[in-house]
Design a protein around this ligand. Sequence first.
Ligand code: CA2
Length: 149
Amino acid sequence: MSKPIYILNGPNLNRLGTREPDIYGRTTLTEVEAMCRDAASGQDIIFRQSNREYEIIDWVHEAIDEGDGIIINPAAFTFTSMAIMDALKMFPGPIIELHISNIHRREPIYHKSYMSPVVTAVVAGLGTEGYPIAVRAMINMIAKAATNA
Ligand code: CA2
């Protein structure tokens, strides 16, 4: 039986759509969740956001026990959190690191992701449309892994 895809969002993303629309657009996180559920067409999705590092770590642990895939936008924790990186390393399935903006086109402080070396794929710069694209890619990755098992 298939297990849910965890979509985890880091600090400040609960304010999405309310500021810096030139970088992040005008879509709210609630709308992003609806876009993900639409793209998942029935596949179970667990969509969460937290401003607390420990909570994101706990959710990665939950996904290790109960999930088939992780899509994570760690936001600012991307550049600071060895603890989230260590938790992701323990996940046996596919992981997509997602950024709304193209972090590599921005200031140097946004260039060094702790996550990228331990994830399966990175989506960056597609705006909030990156979320449903990542969901469809994740469903394909999980299906492929099941066929090869
Ligand atoms: O582009 C992304 O998705 C980021 O992960 C967003 C993070 C930033 O630190 C990363 O470099 C790239 C920042 C999220 C800030 O949250 C916002 C809240 C309201 C409006 C806009 C952004």
